[in-house]
Design a protein around this ligand. Structure first.
Ligand SMILES: NC(=O)c1ccc[n+]([C@@H]2O[C@H](COP(=O)([O-])OP(=O)(O)OC[C@H]3O[C@@H](n4cnc5c(N)ncnc54)[C@H](O)[C@@H]3O)[C@@H](O)[C@H]2O)c1
Length: 255
């Protein structure tokens, strides 16, 4: 997809990757709608984007529906919907139900609600693009956040399904699977910060991926190598992850 003249909606656009995508889409000539639950981030003030901001809470279907209706009313249509907003926090098997409800709603269900309210118009027009932000944690996994690894795997599976089900009717789907990106989300994760790329790097990979209509968009060459190694030798993957987890525990002083 070429972005010039297209209507592009980006969720999570008040910070991090979403802000980087919105900024780059605007620079490519798209009419950008920035959606976020927060309108008060420092980044929105210090690096304003040529686009319209809509306050939206994508953790409920009503919130997603309201956002889509708002864009249809003001911009007339949606060519590209970047379903990007997400959250990450520590979780394990003992996490309370409210944590599961929150992470499943934002990291997983939001993409399904977006598709439910955006795809029918795209199919009627015979064209349209959904960019879904998952994570390398959706291909590999995540240490320390059970809910993050689970919802990102589900999101990769959802994007695959959407992609192959509607491709013949003109819908295009890409799934973005970054490793570390320097944003507030990884502010407390030393191991992700070590090789983190910038949000500009992510936007560059995305614009290239959209132009090529590529399904899987990654940001680190190692992601695909690790994914291939996992598929070729699942037992070896589990052994490496166990060892890495042991090192993380040892470094943090817990058992
Ligand atoms: N930063 C990384 O290393 C990294 C790596 C892989 C994937 N990701 C994914 O990239 C996406 C963006 O993450 P980021 O690093 O830019 O994080 P971030 O915390 O900088 O930005 C996330 C944005 O989403 C918004 N948001 C949260 N809940 C919302 C809701 N209910 N409704 C609307 N907006 C909401 C926040 O207000 C925030 O502006 C997420 O899906 C994340 O899981 C990030």
């Amino acid at each position: 997809m070429e972005l010039n003249g297209k209507v592009a909606v980006v969720t999570g656009a008040a910070s991090g990757i979403g802000h980087g995508l919105a900024k780059r889409f605007a620079a490519e000539g798209a009419k950008v709608v920035l959606a976020d639950i927060r309108s008060d981030t420092q980044l929105l003030q210090s690096d304003p984007i040529d686009g319209r901001f809509v306050r939206a809470d994508i953790s409920t279907e009503d919130g997603v529906r309201a956002l889509v209706e708002d864009v249809k009313t003001h911009e007339g249509r949606i060519d590209l919907f970047a379903s990007n907003a997400g959250v990450a926090f520590k979780m394990d098997i003992h996490s309370p139900q409210k944590d599961w409800d929150k992470i499943v709603a934002i990291n997983q269900m939001s993409h399904i609600w977006v598709a439910r309210h955006v795809v029918p118009d795209m199919l009627a027009r015979g064209e349209g693009y959904l960019l879904v932000t998952a994570s390398a944690a959706g291909l590999l996994n995540e240490f320390g956040s059970l809910g993050y690894g689970v919802t990102k795997h589900a999101t990769v599976g959802f994007a695959e399904w959407l992609g192959f089900t509607y491709r013949d009717q003109g819908l295009r789907v890409s799934v973005l699977c970054p490793e570390g990106v320097a944003t507030p989300m990884i502010a407390e994760s030393a191991y992700l910060q070590k090789d983190a790329v910038t949000t500009d790097d992510v936007a560059e990979a995305v614009v290239k991926g959209l132009a090529e209509e590529r399904f899987l968009i990654t940001t680190h060459p190692g992601t695909l190598e690790k994914f291939r190694a996992k598929a070729q030798d699942y037992e070896g993957y589990m052994a490496r992850m166990t060892e890495y987890q042991r090192k993380i525990r040892a470094a943090s002083g817990s058992k």
